[in-house]
Design a protein. Structure first.
Length: 454
């Protein structure tokens, strides 16, 4: 019965759950005809409840059907109520898309077998329909998988809600990963999942223009949200993510609609993934590498090309690193402030700090390193102290003392290895300053002890 217990836990409608329990009890007792009748009744009531909800949300065919049903109920018009039941699957599949074509076939089998179980056979008085246990169990599983466990909205409605919410001010800024999966993809049909993922990938490549979709946020924010949401689903449904990313990229490249701006948007969102380069058609990959190597740096910044970190494509990585070196201090700060991976700037900044021509340049470079401190490993930390010691412009830059103190606080608690490197570096700086200048120092005894955490 463990399988039945799990199936029960996925049913949302309480009335349908009670009828499901009846069907399972009848199955366990060997009353197979009664079990089929109960599970069909659960399906019919659940579909009707979903149609009522759709009537409230969007009107249309759902509202018309519910109006006729309520009139028949009020008038106790049994033939009309029977007509509603007999047309329920047509309404749910063809008109409202609550059922796929395959699900429609499976549920119709339950309906036909229910008729055989509930109605007498007048053609032969000796023949009584007797379903097998395997058939009854299959019907129960199909009923739950196709109807009872599904969301009470059609695929098109879910897609519309997704687009509307992403473009709204209520879209969450935290815990997005779990929100997107639970809200849209959990307990959702595979075909709807595919369509939802296509919406996210397409939105990440080309956000809607002004007037194309009524949204409360700018296009860049909409694009960023679509990209992040699609990556959130990657962790839950990796095969779905790969399938739909590949499909969208291939179709647009073949049709000639994968524009330069879309390629740059795709790079900003997905380029750090090796999977992206596997999904990207070769011709599109060639164009994208050329864009990274040759496009105006301002365009690359505005397209958020540097917001995703190093690309997962070795052929593109060298050009990407070269373009990184063109960024000014202000541009790097702007990119980091957009929550871009800051580890990519550490080696670049250490190199600039070593060559800083004046105090101001060293101070601004140290300020960037302060923003990147969480990416400092043993090698980078050791190199930073060596650079500061070797370049007087860095050693005597204004604010170096509070920058180091802030870095220590931000890195704490340090690992044993980093603690040793930090203590050694601070001591060497202190000794160097005593040698270089006996008249002035920015490391007094109190600061020295704080930096050593003594």
């Amino acid at each position: 019965m463990a399988d039945f217990d799990y199936l029960r836990s996925t049913i949302k409608n309480l009335s349908a759950k009670k009828l499901y329990d009846e069907a399972v009890k009848a199955y366990g007792a060997g009353a197979f005809r009664a079990s089929i009748i109960a599970i069909w009744t659960a399906v019919a009531l659940d579909l009707t409840a979903k149609i009522r909800l759709m009537a409230d949300i969007e009107g249309g065919a759902a509202a018309s059907a519910i109006k006729e049903l309520d009139q028949a109920i009020g008038a106790e018009d049994v033939p009309k109520m029977q007509s509603f039941e007999s047309s329920l699957l047509d309404l749910s599949s063809a008109k409202l898309e609550l059922l796929t074509a395959r699900e429609r076939v499976e549920i119709e089998r339950i309906y036909k077998d229910r008729n055989l179980c509930a109605h007498p056979n007048f053609s032969s008085i000796d023949w009584v329909y007797t379903p097998t246990p395997e058939l009854v169990k299959a019907h129960i599983v199909s009923a739950v998988d196709s109807v009872l466990s599904q969301r009470p909205v059609a695929g098109k409605v879910q897609i519309g809600i997704l687009g509307s919410e992403i473009g709204s001010e209520s879209w969450p800024s935290k815990e997005v990963d779990e929100y997107v999966y639970a809200r849209y993809f959990s307990e959702t049909r595979e075909i709807v999942q595919r369509n939802l993922m296509q919406v996210l990938v397409k939105g990440a490549l080309r956000p809607p223009d002004a007037g194309e979709l009524e949204i409360a946020v700018d296009s860049a924010t909409f694009q960023s949200r679509c990209g992040r949401a699609s990556l959130a689903i990657k962790s839950h449904l990796p095969n779905l993510f790969e399938q739909e990313l590949r499909s969208v990229l291939e179709k647009r490249e073949v049709s000639g609609t994968l524009s330069e701006s879309q390629l740059l948007n795709a790079f900003a969102t997905y380029a750090s993934l090796e999977l992206f380069w596997d999904c990207l058609p070769d011709t599109a990959a060639t164009r994208l590498r050329s864009l990274i190597a040759n496009r105006d740096i301002d365009v690359l910044i505005d397209s958020r090309v540097f917001d995703g970190g190093f690309p997962g494509d070795n052929a593109c990585r060298e050009d990407y690193s070269s373009r990184l070196s063109e960024l000014s201090t202000d541009e790097i700060t702007r990119i980091i402030d957009r929550n871009a991976p800051n580890e990519q700037f550490i080696d670049l900044c250490l190199g600039r700090l070593a060559k800083s021509p004046n105090f101001r340049s060293a101070e601004s470079t140290m300020q960037i390193l302060l923003k990147c401190m969480r990416g400092l490993g043993a090698r980078e930390l050791e190199r930073m102290f060596d650079v500061i010691k070797s370049n007087d412009q860095a050693l005597w830059a204004s604010g170096i003392e509070w920058q180091l103190e802030a870095m220590y606080e931000g890195l704490s608690p340090l690992s044993d290895d980093l603690s040793i490197i930090w203590a050694t570096g601070v001591k060497e700086l202190y000794d160097q300053i005593q040698v270089d200048s006996k008249e002035r120092t920015w490391i007094n005894e109190a600061l020295y002890r704080r930096l050593l955490h003594a």
